[in-house]
Design a protein around this ligand. Structure first.
Ligand code: IMP
Ligand code: MG
Length: 189
C-alpha cells in the first residue's frame, strides 16, 4: 500500500489516518479536560508501555488542565497476535501520593479486556483515589471479561492492527497511522 508517497508492503489498509487520529485525540482530550476540571483533582495520566506511548504523547498536549504523567509496563502477549491472559507487571507504579491521585490509565487498545480490568483493580487496591481508563481503540467483539472503558477513541472490528504505537513482534510502532497488518506477515514461517 502506498501512503503519502511511501510504500508499506506489509499493510493491507489504513484503518485510522493521521487526520482521523488527530480528531479523536482532540475529542477525548476535551472530554477529559472538562470531566476533571473542578479543581480538586490531581490528574495522573498513566501510560501503559510500550503501545500507548504515541497516543499518550499526543493526548497530553491537548489536555488543558494540569496533569502529571507516569508509566507502567505490563505484558500479556506471549508474542504473536494472541494474548496469554496472564498479566505480568514489568514496571510498577511507585507514587507516594497515590491516595490523592486520580489515575487515568491510557491504553492503546482493548482486546480481551484482561489487561485493563486487572490494572484498574490493581490500582484501586493499591489505594488510588480514583481510577478511570482511556483507550484509543477498542475491539468489543473480542471481550473475554466484562470491561467498560471510560473514554474510547474508536471501536474497531476484529483485525490485528499496527502503527501509532501498536506493534507486531515489536515492529511497526512508528507508523503515523493505524493500519491493518497483512495476515501473511504473522502466518508465514
Ligand atoms: P487485552 O488484555 O486482551 O485487552 O490486551 C490488550 C493488549 O493487547 C494491548 O495493550 C496490546 O498490547 C495488545 N493488542 C491487542 N490487540 C492488538 C492489535 O490488534 N495490535 C497490536 N496489539 C494488540
Ligand atoms: Mg499494550
Amino acid at each position: 500500500m502506498i501512503h503519502n508517497g511511501i510504500d508499506y508492503p506489509y499493510i493491507d489498509k489504513i484503518l485510522l489516518s493521521e487526520e482521523q487520529i488527530e480528531e479523536i485525540v482532540k475529542r477525548l482530550s476535551a472530554q477529559i479536560s472538562a470531566d476533571y476540571s473542578n479543581g480538586d483533582h490531581r490528574l495522573v495520566l498513566l501510560c501503559i508501555l510500550k503501545g500507548s506511548v504515541v497516543f499518550m504523547g499526543d493526548l497530553m498536549k491537548h489536555i488543558s488542565i494540569p496533569v502529571e504523567i507516569d508509566f507502567m509496563r505490563v505484558s500479556s502477549y506471549v508474542g504473536g497476535t494472541k494474548s496469554s491472559g496472564n498479566i505480568n507487571i514489568i514496571l510498577d507504579l511507585h507514587r507516594e501520593d497515590l491516595r490523592e491521585s486520580d489515575i487515568l490509565i491510557v491504553e492503546d487498545i482493548i482486546d480481551s479486556g484482561k489487561t485493563l480490568s486487572y490494572l484498574s483493580r490493581y490500582l484501586k487496591l493499591k489505594g488510588a483515589r480514583s481510577v478511570r481508563t482511556c483507550t484509543l481503540l477498542d475491539k468489543p467483539s473480542r471481550r473475554e471479561v466484562s470491561f467498560m472503558p471510560d473514554y474510547v477513541g474508536c471501536e474497531i472490528p476484529d483485525e490485528f492492527v499496527v502503527g501509532y504505537g501498536l506493534d507486531y513482534a515489536e515492529r511497526y510502532r512508528a507508523l503515523p497511522y493505524v493500519g491493518i497488518l497483512k495476515p501473511e506477515v504473522y502466518t508465514k514461517k
